[in-house]
Design a protein around this ligand. Structure first.
Ligand code: TXA
Ligand code: MG
Length: 316
């Protein structure tokens, strides 16, 4: 059920979360599927609703850095500096967890915790009002495209959940994830914060670069090759396009077959990222098509996060 973000909607969302039930809410990246992070049963229902493997830990959200770092152990100076620079905002920090601070279901029994302080005003208002750490993965069926509209959440999770409606999210792709170990930084997932910005804080080991290499020593379980995938097969390719049974995602002005469904997102990487998931939700539903053909993005630093998501969305 989609509810508006007004006084009544917020009160309902707060009651729902405090009771241990699920509530989806907007952040500046994508919608999250929230549950109180301190109760096993509450966090478990996230996994049941998404069909998510319980080996994949969830990000825990708080409204400020102080509350976030209460859940961590021995916060490194580097983690504090990153938090000061980027929170509230689309950066997730993986740090040593304080044992017992949240349910083991949220950390998947591991020794680290992923912390995020979102900037979106509705996420801020909700987290402040509920006053509990909230575990929240993206609010989609496991491996499906992340939601950037309340309607996407209903569609992907097949209507099972309360969704606080915040309209379209801002950045359109998920937060950048960095693991901090003492004075070392590892990039676990590309996102809206550029690698160059993080590198001003020190050397950054890029563990998010080679998605083909993922295997036994997965630095982050969510780095699995197939992810963010639409409901019908997708492929990357260069135009012009001629397959009339395919739906198309292009930059602009690329030739596509007459009458074939097409979304053009333009040539600006930030605008493209904002529209990407909504385009995939639209094209996977287009009538009479069996696949989505996506125009290959440029190999430029500004497109790194979009390229990463597109490579995971397509068939091998
Ligand atoms: O923008 C975002 O980060 C959104 C919004 C809702 O905050 N959340 C999101 O969550 O994208 P999710 O679960 O879809 O992706 C979180 C990623 C997963 O790949 C998971 O494996 C990884 O974070 N992760 C969570 N806890 C971790 C940990 N302790 N160590 C390493 N990776 C972790
Ligand atoms: Mg996700």
């Amino acid at each position: 059920m989609i509810i508006s973000f007004d006084e009544r909607g917020l009160a309902l969302a707060v009651d729902t979360l405090r009771r241990g039930d699920l509530c989806a809410f907007p952040t500046e990246t994508v919608y999250g599927l929230g549950a109180r992070a301190d109760q096993d049963a509450a966090v478990s229902s996230i996994y049941a609703s998404k069909g998510r493997p319980r080996t994949n830990p969830s990000i825990v959200h708080t409204f400020d850095a102080e509350h976030a770092f209460c859940l961590a152990m021995d916060v490194a100076a580097l983690a504090s500096r990153l938090a000061e620079a980027f929170w509230p905002g689309p950066l997730t920090l993986v740090v040593p967890a304080r044992p017992g601070a949240v349910s083991d279901v949220a950390t998947a029994g591991g020794s680290t915790i992923a912390l995020r302080v979102p900037r979106h005003p509705m996420a801020q208002a909700l987290l402040r009002a509920v006053d509990l750490p909230i575990a929240a993965p993206s609010a989609n069926r496991s491996e499906h495209v992340s939601p950037t509209l309340a309607e996407h959440v209903e569609r992907s999770l097949r209507g099972q959940v309360l969704v606080l409606d915040g309209g379209s999210t801002g950045f359109g792709i998920e937060s950048t994830i960095v693991r901090v170990h003492g004075d070392e930084m590892e990039l676990l997932r590309r996102g809206s914060i550029a690698v160059e910005e993080l590198e001003t804080f020190g050397p950054l080991l890029d563990r998010a670069a080679k998605i083909e290499d993922v295997g036994a020593a997965l630095p982050s379980p969510g780095l699995l090759r197939r992810h963010y995938a639409p409901a019908i097969p997708a492929q990357l390719s260069r135009g012009p396009f001629t397959d009339g049974r395919a739906a198309h995602l292009v930059f602009e002005g690329t030739q596509t077959p007459p009458n074939a469904p097409v979304v053009a997102l333009g040539k600006d990487a930030a605008t493209y990222a904002r529209g990407l998931y909504a385009a995939l939700y639209e094209l996977e539903q287009a009538q009479g098509v069996t696949r989505i053909v996506i125009e290959e993005p440029p190999e430029l630093p500004a497109w790194a996060a979009v390229r990463d998501r597109l490579l995971r969305a397509v068939e091998d």
